[in-house]
Design a protein around this ligand. Structure first.
Ligand code: NAG
Length: 350
């Protein structure tokens, strides 16, 4: 019996204590706010006490009171309105724009983009944090690698380290010819529009002329070297006999044209001796020059004389031999005389 009484007393006492000390439980919050760290540490929320709320991470107070009050064991309504932090448009930077696809609210990423010819230095993505946009970025003018002087020529750059759109020009020394582009541009990605050119020694090909030959000059034919020509027999030279190797190649090489004449009196042409000097040569004219040597008759005369002399000499020799042979016949009896005598005797007897 006493135990039951005691229990009921205890319960009554407890309920009295509870009623007297009526309070609220830990508030259960749903939304963009949380209990402040100070309030979390409290282990009881008696009536008329307050709890402080704060906006969740990435949110900020927009409106309303940040406190709630415990009244007769029930928390008052939350008035606090929190909104997501908005980092807004990033500060403008020269030659830079931003690619903003997901807005500027907390947690969003934006991409800095540089103008053409500018390089991005820094972070390629910036995020909206509580502290604002993360990272740093700037756009710097693109530069190209400095160029060395080209061999046998000159490199003309507007500055030591060429920048975007700078044009670098090249020239070659006198005896050299430029192979490639005489000017190149520093491009938007720090690359030149084409490789620098080369300066090549001017060299002309071995000259060739038809119906003639070269008499002077030897390869290699570098700038200002010369070659001299002559035409073959029966050909006349048109143009200068000597050509010079220039930047564009040989100065015009001479041309050998066949020397020909017009037969003014066809009947006499064959016999007539014509000299080159008096002939007007042209490829349209007919008949080739007949270069008959004017000393032809004296040599023929000599031949005749020699022939006559040799013939006479041979004739003389034959005569002498013949005479000697006859004499020998007389001295040595060959029986010819005897035969004739016998014949005579035969004739007499008959
Ligand atoms: C010269 O430049 C042009 C245009 O920039 C380019 O297309 C070409 O390939 C270049 N030539 C050489 C030999 O580099």
């Amino acid at each position: 019996m006493t135990t039951v009484k005691a229990w009921s007393l205890l319960l009554l006492q407890f309920s009295l204590v509870s009623m007297g000390k009526a309070g609220c439980p830990l508030p259960e919050l749903t939304g963009n706010f949380v209990l402040s760290s100070d309030s979390i540490l409290k282990n009881s929320f008696p009536d008329n006490s307050q709890a402080l709320l704060e906006c969740a991470k990435g949110y900020e107070r927009k409106d309303g009171s940040s406190s709630i009050t415990c009244l007769n064991g029930v928390w008052s309504d939350v008035e606090l309105i929190c909104k997501k932090i908005d980092c807004g448009q990033p500060n403008p930077s020269p030659h830079m724009s931003y690619n903003i696809r997901d807005g500027t609210l907390f947690g969003a990423y934006i991409q800095p983009v540089c103008d053409i010819g500018y390089d991005l230095e820094g972070t390629s993505h910036r995020q909206c944090l509580v502290s604002g946009w993360s990272g740093r970025a700037e756009c710097l003018l693109t530069t190209c690698l400095p160029l060395d002087q080209i061999e046998h020529g000159k490199t003309n750059a507007p500055r030591e380290e060429p920048e975007f759109n700078d044009v670098i020009t090249f020239s070659c020394d006198e005896e050299y010819i430029l192979v490639g582009n005489s000017s190149i541009t520093c491009g938007e990605y720090g690359e030149y529009s084409s490789p620098p050119p080369n300066c090549k020694a001017i060299e002309c090909p071995v000259p060739e002329i038809t119906f003639g030959r070269q008499t002077e000059g030897n390869p290699p034919y570098f700038y200002k070297s010369e070659a001299t020509f002559e035409c073959g027999p029966g050909y006349r030279m048109k143009g200068l006999a000597t050509s010079v190797c220039e930047k564009s190649g040989w100065t015009p090489l001479p041309v050998c044209v066949e020397v020909i004449i017009t037969p003014t009196k066809p009947s006499t042409t064959t016999n007539k001796v014509t000299t080159i000097g008096t002939t007007t040569a042209s490829t349209q004219l007919h008949g080739r020059i007949e270069e008959q040597p004017t000393n032809a008759s004296p040599s023929a005369f000599v031949i005749v004389i020699v022939t006559v002399f040799v013939t006479s000499a041979v004739a003389c020799c034959l005569l002498i031999l013949g005479y000697r042979h006859y004499k020998h016949k007389g001295s040595y009896n060959t029986g010819e005389e005897l035969r004739t005598k016998e014949e005579l005797l035969l004739n007499q007897s008959v």
